[in-house]
Design a protein around this ligand. Structure first.
Ligand SMILES: [Zn+2]
Ligand SMILES: [Zn+2]
Length: 271
């Protein structure tokens, strides 16, 4: 069973390629049940990808217009991908994805998911060249994401591994990495949140498997955590990208179900 629900969707209101309406039409074509939009919340500094205040208002108006215009054909939700640095949303979104994209070591900023060069340069400048120290900072921030953003969904839990396919930058089995990752995961498993199995880095060619890594996903399964499959789509052709792989991974990690948002709220679907 492939769930036909995706709650992590970007449009040209932020860094996505297509308009929200083009995404809606593609979702209807793909026979989807639910499409949730999750534009990037504005940040306290200028970026090429987050929505500024006026843009956010336009985004809200347009998604609400589409929600109504297509209500007979698709369940559309107005969500937000709330960065840790933006705190609690100041609007009653249908749901919130809480994510950590940026570290703020003393005196600077390091984007976690911009490029391998930016990550290495950030590690060199602020963490003595030690990527494990950088990962520790990332996971200590991640551990707070539910409290700081009041999110419903934890976004790409191990985003810091985006450029680490095959362990080429650091060893994800090394206790210096795994211990801090599991500590953050365990802290969030105590909260009322759903974790993403996020295929976004697969569709964009950075990784061959979704976030989170299998070892972390097994921990979620062991502790009876909840997951939802999302594509982090930045283009209309990727709305359900890699969902079959994600279902396979969820099953092999010991998960019995995934969560989808229906017109009646969250529902679990057996795998
Ligand atoms: Zn993100
Ligand atoms: Zn995203």
């Amino acid at each position: 069973m492939i769930p036909k629900c995706n709650l992590h969707t970007h449009t040209n209101f932020c860094d996505g390629k297509h308009s929200a309406e083009e995404m809606v039409l593609a979702a209807i074509d793909a026979g989807m049940e639910t499409l949730g939009f999750s534009g990037h919340s504005g940040l306290p500094f200028s970026t090429t990808w987050a929505m500024k205040q006026e843009r956010t208002k336009q985004y809200q108006r347009e998604i609400l217009r589409l929600k109504d215009a297509y209500k007979d054909r698709l369940h559309i939700l107005l969500g937000i991908e709330q960065d840790l640095l933006t705190g609690i949303p100041d609007y009653p979104y249908d749901y919130v994805i809480g994510s950590v994209h940026c570290l703020q070591p003393e005196g600077g900023e390091v984007m976690v998911d911009h490029s391998e060069e930016v990550l290495l340069e950030g590690a060199k400048t602020y963490y003595g060249g030690d990527l494990y120290r950088l990962c520790k900072d990332y996971y200590q921030r991640m551990a707070t994401v539910a409290d700081v953003t009041r999110c419903d969904i934890v976004g790409h839990f191990d985003l810091v591994t985006k450029f680490n396919e095959g362990g080429r930058m650091f060893d994800e089995q090394d206790p210096r990495y795994l211990r801090v990752a599991l500590e953050a995961l365990d802290a969030l498993l105590e909260k009322d949140v759903v974790f993403e199995i996020n295929t976004g880095a697969m569709s964009r060619g950075y990784r061959k498997t979704p976030y989170p890594s299998p070892i972390l996903l097994r921990r979620i399964a062991e502790k009876r955590g909840n997951v939802t499959i999302t594509s982090d789509a930045h283009a209309k052709e990727n709305l359900l990208y890699g969902f079959a792989d994600a279902v396979h991974l969820a099953r092999s990690s010991g998960l019995g179900c995934v969560w989808v948002m229906t017109r009646d709220g969250w529902k679990s679907r057996a795998l």
